[in-house]
Design a protein around this ligand. Structure first.
Ligand SMILES: *Cc1c(COP(=O)(O)O)cnc(C)c1O
Length: 476
């Protein structure tokens, strides 16, 4: 009997690791055959859910038995990494990143201050500089922070913008978004102390992009009313339809009006690795700050977002803070102290989960995978456009295609009928375990979305999904 059960010996550790590795390999291998949606009736999962709500036992358990229990929980979950998951924004889950994560947790180094692990902080900093300069096109000196997700990245961006442009007096600061801006932006603003009253929804043009004439007029009116416009937010790929706001015109407006320009590239940002993406996301390089989500568009497992900023000093100014107990902290060779760049103090070496995949597979593997997703989305657009019962309003800017049932006329009754038919069509498509699509509302109309982003999603599955949609649409 081991006196210190929290410290298993090498043989025990190897055995435990083997058990977990086997489960993960089984899971990854089975992804193509697993249902894309939640396969289990919620009423049947009640007992399972209840069992996981119970507190941990006093006595030791058995890893094999615990993993068996977990299998049940894993089976009643959306298969966000599977090839047929085309709902919301699919999750990645690169195996190489899971290994990196295991390694990072195994060595468990402290990444909050550069002096504590200078080379590992440099590793993370290298990823951030690459994202800031090579991916986003920001100037030398730009860098940022790896966060737990896009929402946290945007939160720190808003805090930096607010601190830089408003100082301590927040009451009159106004922010400009559209109805298709991700809700995490408004949430970040409220968390940052900006009144919901001062978040302006700028109208969109027919193609779901910010109407720049309306934006300029609203900013002018707010200024005339004594308010302080300070933040303009552009979407580099909306969740609804993957559309990109007119970023160059937004950068012009921000410069003219002295606003902080934040670009939300949580979904779209990494498409800048491709030639097409770089063209469609032109203007990103003029932003003050950009959110990107490696757990979406770099295929990493959930829990990794990125904020990059043009001027890191502004991020520091907004998040700085220290205590007497930190008096031994010294600066280390021009490297960042992440504790002073965001809300978190303790910070894992988050960059490892990107560093191992990027170095192991090479950037070109990611570029090719993203190009493949753009190709597949164009194919979805072209095939669905050829189905007369459907309406495909927009050619995809990125890898999301929005469509709906065509309305017989523009009368309110006909539109309502088409909306109901769209809901029914989605339900019938999702009856097939090989696919999961989701829906949204665009210009007041029910809209189904196909978001192609999983690294396991290839032409074979997309062909099957298109055949399924065509067959279901025939029955309309
Ligand atoms: C997913 C998403 C977010 C939020 O990011 P999280 O990582 O889920 O916090 C913000 N904006 C857009 C466009 C997104 O797709």
């Amino acid at each position: 009997m081991n006196d210190f059960p929290l410290e298993p010996d090498r043989a025990a550790m190897a055995e435990m690791g083997g058990l977990v590795l086997d489960r993960v390999l089984d899971h990854v291998e089975s992804l193509p055959d697993r249902p894309a949606g939640n396969p289990v009736d919620p009423r049947l999962t009640a007992d399972l859910v209840e069992s996981f709500l119970s507190p941990p036992p006093e006595a030791a358990g058995d890893l094999r038995a615990l993993l068996d229990r977990l299998d049940g929980a894993v089976d009643c979950a959306l298969e966000t990494s599977g090839p047929g998951y085309l709902a919301y924004v699919p999750g990645g889950g690169l195996y190489s990143s899971a290994l990196a994560e295991f390694y990072a947790r195994g060595i468990n180094k402290y990444g909050s201050f550069a002096f504590a692990a200078p080379a590992l902080v440099a590793l993370e900093e290298g990823i951030l500089r690459w994202i800031a300069r090579d991916v986003c096109g920001l100037p030398d000196g730009s860098t940022g922070l790896l966060t737990t997700g896009g929402s946290m990245a945007t939160f720190s961006a808003v805090v930096a913008a607010r601190h830089d442009r408003l100082g301590e007096d927040l009451a009159d600061g106004t922010v400009y978004v559209t109805a298709y801006t991700h809700h995490s932006v408004a949430k970040a603003c409220r968390l940052a102390g900006i009144s919901a009253r001062n978040i302006r929804t700028v109208p969109c043009t027919d193609d779901l992009r910010m109407d720049m004439t309306a934006a300029a007029a609203m900013i002018g009116a707010d200024r005339a009313a004594g308010l302080r416009p300070f933040l303009l937010v552009g979407s580099a790929g909306t969740t609804d339809a993957g559309t990109v706001d007119p970023l160059p015109a937004m950068a012009d407006l921000a410069a003219r009006e002295d606003l902080w320009l934040h670009v939300d590239g949580a979904y779209g940002g990494f498409f800048r690795l491709t030639e097409r993406g770089r063209r469609r996301l032109a203007g990103t390089e003029r932003a003050d700050s950009v959110t990107l989500d490696p757990h979406k568009t770099l295929f990493l497992p959930f829990g990794t977002g990125t904020l990059v900023v043009r001027d890191p000093a502004k991020l520091y100014a907004a998040h700085d803070g220290t205590g007497n107990y930190l008096q031994e902290v010294v600066s280390a060779g021009g490297l960042p102290n992440y504790a002073h760049m965001g809300p978190e103090l303790s910070h894992e070496i988050r960059g490892l989960r990107a560093w191992i995949p990027l170095h192991l597979h090479g950037v070109s593997a990611f570029r090719d995978a993203l190009d493949e997703k753009l190709d597949l989305a164009e194919q979805v657009h072209d095939v669905l456009s050829g189905i007369s019962a459907l309406e495909v309003p927009w050619r995809p800017d990125l890898s999301t295609v929005a469509f709906r049932v065509r309305s017989r006329s523009s009368s309110a009754a006909a539109l309502e009928e088409a909306d109901q038919a769209t809901r029914d069509l989605l339900a019938r498509i999702n009856d097939d375990p090989g696919v999961l699509l989701s829906s949204t509302v665009t210009h007041g109309r029910q809209t189904i979305r196909v978001c192609v982003l999983g690294h396991h999603t290839h032409a074979d599955r997309i062909d099957e999904v298109l055949e399924l949609i065509a067959a279901q649409a025939k029955q309309l």
